[in-house]
Ligand binder design. Structure first.
Ligand code: PLP
Length: 377
């Protein structure tokens, strides 16, 4: 098989910096940036004309994004981010007093806040299920299933943030269906890492295009099961409020910057041209090797995640590193080493979560491995 070469030339990332954290805020390729600039120029040439054209352009973009996810366009709405998607889901689903919203100890912090807000408002309770990092799919399903008594809703990651672990969503959807528990799938990291990620049978699925598909920021999708399509409302009340069609109701969010939503399909086309499925599998090998190199330099190990996300790995931090000072450490690494990494904590363990995208090469990880031990010492 041909080895695809890294393509930093397609991005505008500072070449003097090691960019090893695509997973947090993504990175928009030059081509999509150019399209956004052209769209903005058009908008500023005649704002009235631009806003008259937005609805039709959004329809085109939405249909392309739904087709990329291989999901029914009638149940696919645009939202600014996965946080908004989860918020809409929890605002729509019935949460009876005394019931439970079940999360796991891998749930993204802001999603947990959303669950706590809706639990408070409905006199319900949030329950966190402990899922071991090393758990295989069967164990994950067993421990979550055991917590579903009296549950109104399960909110579960498709790929977790702190632990970069893939959850067995198909099985969890089946268990929830069987027990009459609503399931919200947080697929923030799923588009481009999981094929056809939109979790058939889930009540709600949300995922970010601004992470792995490298779309402009503030571009995410919400997939809504048929039974909730009338009830689901966008977070901003605007002129489309009375539109009975779900996707259109979410399109017009007042005077807003619609350029990212309109430009997003350009990034999907670029990934396609980059031979993404093959490239993703090569990036998986790359981040494996990069993680091994870094772990060796730090004299630690690579976390044994049973089902890791394709393009992210966790390298254990030395025990001497105090994660409560993590923000300061990341800022030091950024300033002194010219490297962008993220640190995560799980179950009293600290990790560097490494990413790989099409612009990365093995030397990025090797350089980090050369430089990082001195800062952590
Ligand atoms: C699992 C998970 N859920 C939700 C989010 C929130 O995404 P956003 O900031 O786009 O709303 C993230 C962001 O990293 C995440 O990793």
């Amino acid at each position: 098989m041909t080895v695809l070469s890294p393509r930093p030339d397609l991005w505008t990332l500072d070449p003097d910096v090691l960019h090893l954290n695509h997973g947090s805020y993504g990175g928009v390729p030059r081509r999509t940036q150019d399209l956004m600039a052209a769209l903005r120029a058009e908008a500023e040439a005649n704002p009235m004309l631009w806003f008259r054209s937005v609805a039709a352009r959004l329809t085109t973009s939405r249909l392309e994004l739904a087709s990329y996810l291989q999901t029914d366009p009638a149940g696919f709405a645009l939202v600014p981010n996965a946080s908004a998607g989860v918020t809409v889901a929890l605002a729509t689903l019935p949460i009876p007093a005394g019931s439970r919203i079940v999360l796991t100890n891998h749930t993204y912090g802001a999603v947990r806040y959303a669950a706590e807000r809706f639990a408070r408002a409905n006199q319900a309770e949030v329950v966190l299920v402990d899922v071991p990092l090393e758990a295989d799919d069967e164990t994950v399903v067993a421990v979550i299933t055991a917590a579903l008594d009296d549950a109104a809703v399960l909110v579960v990651d498709q790929i977790s943030s702190a632990t970069a672990m893939v959850f067995p969503i198909g099985d969890l959807v089946a268990v929830c269906r069987e027990r009459g528990v609503a399931i919200v799938v947080d697929g923030a990291h799923a588009p481009a890492l999981i094929d056809a990620p939109a979790a058939d049978g889930a009540d709600f699925w949300t995922g970010n295009f601004h992470k792995w598909p490298a779309a402009p920021r503030a571009t995410a999708g919400l997939v809504v099961a048929e039974q909730w399509r009338t009830a689901a409302l966008p977070l901003i009340v605007s002129w489309s409020e009375k539109d009975e069609r779900l996707p259109e109701r979410f399109d017009m969010q007042g005077t807003y910057d619609y350029v990212p939503w309109i430009a997003a399909p350009e990034s999907l086309r670029l990934l396609d041209e980059l031979n993404w499925p093959v490239r993703r599998s090569q990036l998986s090998d790359l981040v494996d090797e990069g993680a091994r190199v870094l772990a060796k330099a730090l004299a630690t190990g690579v976390a044994e995640v049973a089902h890791p996300a394709a393009t992210m790995r966790l390298v254990e931090l030395p025990a001497s590193v105090d994660l409560t000072a993590g923000e300061a450490l990341k800022a030091r690494v950024s300033k002194e080493l010219k490297a962008e990494i993220t640190l995560t904590g799980f179950d009293n363990r600290g990790f560097i979560r490494l990413s790989a995208h099409a612009y990365n090469a093995l030397q990025d990880y090797e350089q980090l491995a050369e430089r990082l031990p001195a800062v952590l010492a």
